[in-house]
Design a protein around this ligand. Structure first.
Ligand code: DGJ
Length: 377
């Protein structure tokens, strides 16, 4: 009997120490990025914010992304948009669901719809946080191709869904001065497939799939999205509340099928990184540069170098983060999708290196922000 009590006591003590250890592991401070590995949040749970983007506010970074569930069903929006916060970019606190899908099957953001690549910006005029995302209506696969918008008074939410639609109905593209007639779309005689899709959609608005939002130095915001059955990227001016489009937009790299756009600005030059269109499978990234947001944009090739550069190290771009207060410091953020078990998707964050106005992205098994002190020339 005494032996039984002794064993039970020992087992209880062992359990206690294991719990303490687990708790300690969950809260262990991370000091580096480990691309492609599990990335535990403050509770020790792998971060669930896929196709994400960041917003920096008063010393804190907020990471918004798609909350995925296990299995193939996780590729649809069963929960909503998840938010995390961090002061150092390595350690992330779970802030919960910022935008929840609706239980009402007739709602645009009904549970089971496709809600991808959420991005949040702050609008000073209305003093609200504005979230944009790619929305596909319940049961319609990728047919609807809409942009969705939600707003909140508080950065972490809850966000209120406003509407979803196809941008810029009735508008023709804006062309930089000097564009020749041959390079302009002519809906009486569309010259190729992408022009044909563009003209088909003029009346109802352009398709809006993979997307991002970029706020320029002058406070103007732009929505960039895959349009025309993904054949072209549109860069569209947003109104002064960031909750709608003005009708002014440029078509970028028409006819080449680009997804996963991410824009940033460095030394007055605009940079755009995107991918090809191969579903969840990785393909070579591509980058472009321009002196004006409306172009002309120059195709610059694949920014990735080294092993697996031709598959973007297994990832697909989602955002480029300018690190606050650090000159020349930009982080390329990508998703390593795992469509069979969506929740297990990984994050690939890598430093961007500038060589003049050229950019390069190399693989690191692990790294920290001090690499920027060495790599930028
Ligand atoms: C690639 C896109 O970049 C993703 O956001 C997602 O829409 C998948 N295609 C779906 O196949």
């Amino acid at each position: 009997m005494i032996k039984f009590y002794k064993n039970a006591l020992l087992a209880t003590i062992a359990c206690f120490f294991m719990l303490v250890l687990l708790n300690f592991t969950a809260a262990a401070q991370q000091k580096q990025f480990t691309p492609g590995q599990l990335w535990p949040d403050d509770k020790g749970v792998h971060i669930n914010a896929h196709g994400g983007g960041l917003l920096y506010q008063k010393g804190i970074y907020y990471w918004f992304g798609e909350h995925k569930i296990a299995g193939g069903a996780g590729n649809r929006a069963m929960v909503g948009v998840h938010c995390y916060s961090s002061k150092d970019l390595y350690n992330w606190k779970d802030e919960g669901i910022a935008l929840a899908v609706s239980p009402d099957t007739t709602n645009d953001i009904a549970k089971g719809c496709i809600l991808e690549r959420p991005k949040v910006v702050y609008n000073k005029k209305i003093k609200k946080y504005v979230m944009w995302f790619h929305l596909e209506l319940l049961g319609q696969s990728y047919k609807a191709a809409r942009a969705g918008v939600a707003i909140s008074d508080k950065v972490t939410g809850p966000y209120t869904f406003i509407r979803s639609y196809r941008p810029n109905p009735g508008f023709m593209p804006y062309y930089p001065t000097g564009t020749s007639d041959a390079d302009m779309v002519n809906c009486e005689h569309p010259k190729n497939k992408s022009d044909g899709f563009f003209c088909r959609d003029v009346h109802g608005g352009q398709m809006a799939r993979d997307m991002n939002v970029f706020v320029d130095d002058d406070g103007k915001a732009y929505h960039i999205f895959s349009a025309e059955e993904n054949f072209t990227l549109d860069i569209a001016e947003m109104n002064d509340t960031y909750t709608g489009h003005t009708g002014k937009f440029a078509r970028v790299y028409a006819g080449h099928q680009t997804e996963a756009p991410a824009i940033f600005k460095h030394n007055g030059i605009y940079y755009l990184i995107g991918s090809g269109t191969t579903g969840w499978a990785p393909n070579p990234a591509r980058w472009f540069s321009a002196k004006s947001i409306y172009g002309p944009w120059t195709y610059r090739g694949n920014p990735c170098v080294g092993k697996d550069a031709e598959i973007t190290f297994g990832g697909q771009s989602t955002y480029v983060l300018p690190v606050a207060g650090k000159k020349d410091t930009f982080i390329f953020m990508a998703d390593k999708w795992t469509p069979k078990d969506a929740i297990d998707g990984r994050y690939i964050w890598l430093p961007i290196t500038f060589k003049g106005d050229n950019i390069e992205i190399s693989w690191f098994d692990n790294w920290d922000l001090s690499v920027f002190d060495k790599t930028t020339k």
